[in-house]
Design a protein around this ligand. Structure first.
Ligand SMILES: Cc1cc2nc3c(=O)[nH]c(=O)nc-3n(C[C@H](O)[C@H](O)[C@H](O)COP(=O)(O)OP(=O)(O)OC[C@H]3O[C@@H](n4cnc5c(N)ncnc54)[C@H](O)[C@@H]3O)c2cc1C
Length: 461
């Protein structure tokens, strides 16, 4: 089938106003947040369905024409998963933005997959609930993208990843078959758990069209503090102490190493803490006891200072203060792009091994590429580190740096893709984290669900 025929069959399937071609496809759709399409890549069409039936009709048309499909959510992915491939149809869910129900008895939110995370959070909050999934890209990323990448973020240590928050899913397969499993039950062991198969599948196994997310009681108190400690080992000691003292109230524990701190606070008129410490940690706890939670947190923090674990601390006294402290942690989205060409990592190692990993990996980068900038930060309790490297070389030695870092990850028994996914970016390194038998099983699953290889070809496997 030639291009004109494909476009005609798509228009017949979903209507003229849902199909764009040529200059109607905005340049922003030729890349995700991190990776641009190969030069010369031209999508055949962009399809913007309004509902599941439109997605299914699109998939049936593409299946009949043997045309690859790349699904796009908010394009905030950091692994090239949503980046177009040549001759593909782009399938965007941006018109599928209905929040269908918030159910107080079940504590669930049901929505179309194109809803942004922030809209879902705000809708839950307006109804008196917390949707605890939270990432820096909340304003643009979509629930479908969050499921497709199994997004993690800031509050995983308390509430889990997207996988743990997902109760129901509707997905459209490569041939247009709709699999609906939107039950709002916590318990449902009726056979294989098919919906979890699609979580983290990055648009390679099916198109997520609707989701049911778990909601939690909205905490009434939040305590936020930035702490300076001597290094990663002290941060680990502080994490253990926070877990023991704050229990289930501990909702975030974010690590920032000194280079991150220097760049994050470079343009601030007044940094919340002085530079020169071995590591910085943002701690958040939230609870329900308005009288006791604040004093308990303050008392605990004081005890950590007296014990010499925390060297200095800034404790938020208001929501505005807390937002200011979080702004330091989230400053990477501004200062990292300013570094120019750079090599990014999203790795995990067992949390107890973070200090050893950093002591192994970071000096090696410096000795191979003296004068490099290595920015390291992450969700410490999950063992998840983000590392961004810029060497002084005019052309960044991407493969050599990746080889070094992923070698250290393998030695530490970690993962080359903690929360951003594999996409295009990390395919080559999957074998560092998955056995050949596991990779073969993944390929069999892909072949079974998408025998023509039309969904997001060249990604993940
Ligand atoms: C500033 C910033 C901070 C971030 N912080 C975090 C963080 O803390 N934790 C974290 O995990 N991630 C983080 N991310 C990465 C990113 O936001 C997440 O991966 C997010 O879940 C992607 O959602 P999206 O809608 O933008 O998906 P896209 O980028 O559009 O797509 C991502 C992948 O999902 C697939 N996909 C999208 N929608 C669907 C669908 N409906 N059905 C099937 N497949 C689909 C795409 O094909 C692609 O493979 C951050 C990104 C930025 C820019």
């Amino acid at each position: 089938m030639d291009t004109m025929d494909i476009v005609s069959s798509l228009r017949a399937a979903v209507g003229d106003d849902s199909v764009r071609t040529g200059e109607g496809i905005e340049p922003r759709r030729l890349r995700d947040w991190a990776i641009a399409a190969e030069p010369g890549v031209v999508p055949v069409a962009l399809v913007l369905p309004r509902d599941t039936a439109g997605v299914a009709a699109t998939m049936r048309a593409c299946h009949a024409a043997r045309v690859p499909v790349v699904v796009q959510g908010g394009l905030t992915g950091l692994a090239g998963g949503a980046t177009p491939v040549h001759g593909c149809v782009l399938l965007s869910l941006e018109r599928m933005r209905a929040i269908e129900r918030i159910d107080a008895l079940d504590a669930t939110l049901t929505a179309q997959a194109g809803v942004t995370l922030q809209s879902a959070q705000e809708a839950a909050q307006a109804a008196g609930w917390l949707l605890p999934l939270d990432i820096g890209a909340r304003g643009s990323c979509t629930l479908g993208g969050n499921v497709a990448t199994n997004a993690g973020g800031n509050r995983v240590l308390r509430y889990g990843t997207t996988r743990d928050l997902l109760l129901g899913l509707e997905v459209v397969l490569a041939d247009g078959t709709v699999i609906e499993s939107l039950g709002r039950m916590q318990k449902d062991n009726a056979g294989y758990d098919l919906q979890q198969l699609f979580v983290g599948s990055e648009g390679t196994l099916g198109v997520v069209t609707r989701v049911v997310m778990r909601l939690f009681p909205l905490p009434r108190t939040t305590q936020t503090a930035l702490c300076a400690v001597d290094g990663i080992e002290a941060a680990g000691e502080l994490l253990g102490a926070a877990r023991r003292a704050l229990g289930g109230q501990l909702s975030a524990f974010e690590l920032m190493l000194p280079t991150f701190w220097r760049l994050a606070t470079a343009s601030a008129s007044r940094a919340p803490l002085a530079a020169g410490h071995g590591a910085y940690v943002l701690i958040e706890a939230s609870g329900f006891d308005e009288a006791a939670d604040g004093p308990r947190f303050e008392h605990w923090l004081q005890s950590q200072m007296e014990a010499g674990v925390v060297r200095d601390a800034a404790l938020a006294q208001s929501l505005q203060d807390a937002a200011g402290l979080w702004a330091v942690r989230e400053a990477g989205s501004h200062f990292l792009p300013a570094l120019g060409e750079r090599i990014g990592f999203d790795i995990s190692v067992p949390p107890g091994g973070i200090a050893a990993f950093a002591a192994d990996c970071l000096p090696r980068i410096d000795s191979h590429w003296p004068g490099s900038t290595a920015v390291c930060f992450g969700h410490m309790a999950d063992g998840n580190l983000h590392l961004v490297v810029r060497t002084p070389d005019a052309v960044q030695p991407v493969h050599a740096v990746e080889s070094l870092v992923y070698g250290c990850v393998r030695a530490a028994g970690g993962s080359v893709a903690a929360e951003h996914g594999v996409g295009l970016h990390r395919r080559e390194w999957l074998g560092h984290t998955r056995t050949s038998e596991a990779l073969a099983l993944m390929r069999r699953l892909k072949d079974m669900l998408d025998p023509l290889g039309l969904l997001n070809p060249g990604k993940v496997l």
